[in-house]
Design a protein around this ligand. Structure first.
Ligand SMILES: Nc1ncnc2c1ncn2[C@@H]1O[C@H](COP(=O)(O)OP(=O)(O)OP(=O)(O)O)[C@@H](O)[C@H]1O
Length: 281
């Protein structure tokens, strides 16, 4: 099947500074991909390149089908009512699903005659996601859609996105700083750090392919790739990729998603990418 999004040697720079370097990744259709990384990692830049808002200096990024994008800041027009934005959407989009959008807004209790600028931050995020879904995209790109939401609303937004993914062929790429928000819903992970791609892959495969090892610092790590290490006294805790080292002094367990992400972010020179056969440590 054709990937929903494919970047090849993508490089983006703002004036002389590179915001994204040599980024190659392929996101299969039907996935819900979490795009994570520290401030300034290049997440928004990757999304902008994917939706055609900026032109790469090197390489390229291709998207299969229609794309809807919800920007990080002010995704709505403050002076427009929700109903006016629905009308605008209907006129601008060939596949507009007005009934679904109205049902969703009614279920959320968002009044159609309210101006966007008078909605709460959470309601604005919900309206933006609703409008994006109503255009019936093949790829939905959301730049920190959960940033202004309370925990219940974060859960609701993620759940409604999942319902859309289950109902039809939709691929989602969403950025967030809160990995725990993504654990239940995302099945693909992309980690960017300092403008470089560190990780891209199926979350279950990634978690199956890594271990957290705890043991004495003199225990041998032969035969495995250490992603990152931390020390408490004479004990070390390692995130490793690949086979378990044979030294019996290690206690091993599967990492959580947060531990995997933190392990790579702490160690920007490590990468787990397809094509490297998972062997660059
Ligand atoms: N319009 C711009 N002009 C100049 N530099 C920019 C511009 N936009 C982004 N940058 C720089 O490019 C790099 C990547 O920024 P980007 O916004 O893509 O990161 P991000 O991962 O989305 O960060 P955040 O989590 O803070 O939103 C940063 O160093 C940033 O300062």
């Amino acid at each position: 099947m054709k990937p929903a999004l494919e970047a090849t040697g993508l490089g983006v720079r703002y004036r002389r500074a590179w915001a994204l370097r040599d980024c190659s990744l392929s996101l299969p259709a039907g996935r819900v991909a979490a795009l994570v990384g520290p401030n300034g990692a290049g997440k928004t830049t990757l999304m902008h390149a994917a939706v055609g808002l900026l032109r790469p200096a090197l390489g390229g990024v291709r998207v299969a089908g229609e794309v809807a994008f919800v920007a990080q800041d002010k995704p709505l027009y403050d002076g427009f009512t929700v109903a006016e934005m629905l009308t605008f959407g209907r006129r601008m989009n060939r596949h507009w699903d007005d009934a679904a959008a109205r049902d969703r807004l009614a279920a959320l209790g968002i009044p159609l005659d309210r101006k966007a600028g008078r909605l709460s931050g959470g309601q604005q995020a919900q309206v933006a996601v609703t409008l994006a879904l109503a255009s019936r995209p093949d790829l939905l790109v959301l730049d920190e859609p959960l940033a202004n939401l309370d925990p219940l609303a974060r859960h609701d937004v993620m759940r409604s996105i999942m319902a859309e993914v289950a109902g039809r062929e939709l691929t989602v790429l969403l950025s967030s700083h809160v990995v725990s928000d993504l654990e239940e819903t995302c099945d693909w992970l992309i980690v960017l750090n300092g403008g470089s791609l560190q990780v891209s892959g199926d979350i279950e495969d990634l978690l199956d392919g890594h271990f957290v090892l705890t043991g004495p610092e003199e225990a041998s790590t032969a035969g495995t790739h250490v992603v990152t290490a931390s020390r408490t006294g004479r004990q070390v805790s390692l995130l490793v990729r690949g086979a378990l080292p044979p030294d019996p002094r290690w206690q091993a367990r599967r990492p959580g998603l947060g531990e995997l992400v933190m392990g790579y972010l702490r160690s920007p020179e490590s990468a787990a990418l397809p094509g490297l056969a998972g062997v660059r440590a």
